[in-house]
Ligand binder design. Sequence first.
Ligand code: NAD
Length: 417
Amino acid sequence: MAVDIENPYNVAVAQFDEAAERLGLSQAMRAILRKPKRELIVNFPVRMDNGDVEMFTGYRVQHNINRGPAKGGIRFSPAVSLDEVRALAMWMTWKCAVAGIPFGGAKGGVICDPHNMSRTELERMTRRYTTEISIIMGPNSDIPAPDMNTNPQVMAWMMDTYSMHQGYSVPAVITGKPLAIGGSEGRLEATARGVLIVTREALKDLNMIPERCSVVIQGFGNVGSVTARLLADFGCKIVGLSDIKGGIYNPAGIDVHMALRYSKEHGNLSGLPGTERVTNAELLELPTDILIPAALENQLTVRNATRVKARLIIEAANGPTTPGAEEILYDKGVTIVPDILANAGGVTVSYFEWVQDLQRFFWDELEINERLETIMTRAYYATRHKAKEQDTNLRMGAYLLAVARVAEATEMRGVYP
Ligand code: NAD
């Protein structure tokens, strides 16, 4: 099947189609689940610090809400497009279903370059974007969260803006908020903690010993940097790291705590003492046991997959592997823990945050982490079991589980009117 690898939505639909075929879904069900339910495009003005007014374009897409309110992050990036947001929204639907949490899938984004905006410009843009999409947001309808280039501060502005319109505080409308306004213990680390849990289980399956494993991680943001720290604490040797400026490599191991301090001080990892510089392309091809893409889509493609040396790939990012690359990697015997399973820890603790906000009753970090552990291990073993039972790989195992759950909910609810 020819798939346009530059378009994540084509990839997402191709993955869904394969699962739908294997599940024998009716043509009507396929047609329903292939298309996003709602797509909102907003064009809005923002006053910049120099007095000029600039127009921005943003999106919010709800793919499916049959299992619960729409849930998904907000991305700020020059590369945001409607098709990217559509793909990410569809992956959120499957992710929530794999984890067994009662949400549907959504995603949002604004085309902007947040690194070249001041804090006040970012705040005004965030507040205006929130106002524009507030017609479909709500604690019972659509609950945004952080994603690339958005953080707890951005979530605080979004929650405040929505609350100002209502006239009272609505903490449950956003997750990934700071603790002071109804955020959850453990949310900042949650995605990486989930990545750690699935990595640990996958290593057991492959009879690989963590202390003898080297790890390369692409991306050193919320997900990548915490994953690096947790895996180093778990005993693995982190040999390669990267951010948008490039990668660093030391086959003898990188001191992750030093890398965290260095990146905070310098704004990026380049030049960390004791490491050799590599490009982001070279980073993916370094000798390593485990490779963790934790940045963006389309990183492992037909162009580089043959040169990837890792035995185990954990997709912390969404959509980092194209279908063509995946075929090549499977032929080489590589195990891939797919995004919709591997990075589900984030939305799982977002679910906990939402539940706590609705109940106005907060849990301690131990309780959060224990519940996360239960959900992630259950999702991992359910996926593995399905993959074994159907004689397929983990991605298709996760899709078969997820799509069947969403299709069942859709079937039970019926076609309105
Ligand atoms: P982030 O903005 O905190 O970090 C992104 C990192 O990737 C930064 O270090 C950045 O420098 C780096 N990067 C950007 N472009 C790059 C490039 N071309 N090459 C190499 N590195 C590059 O974002 P995040 O929240 O850590 O998200 C990373 C990925 O994880 C995304 O795919 C996101 O959708 C996914 N994800 C995030 C969460 C979450 O809770 N934040 C949950 C699930 C999935």
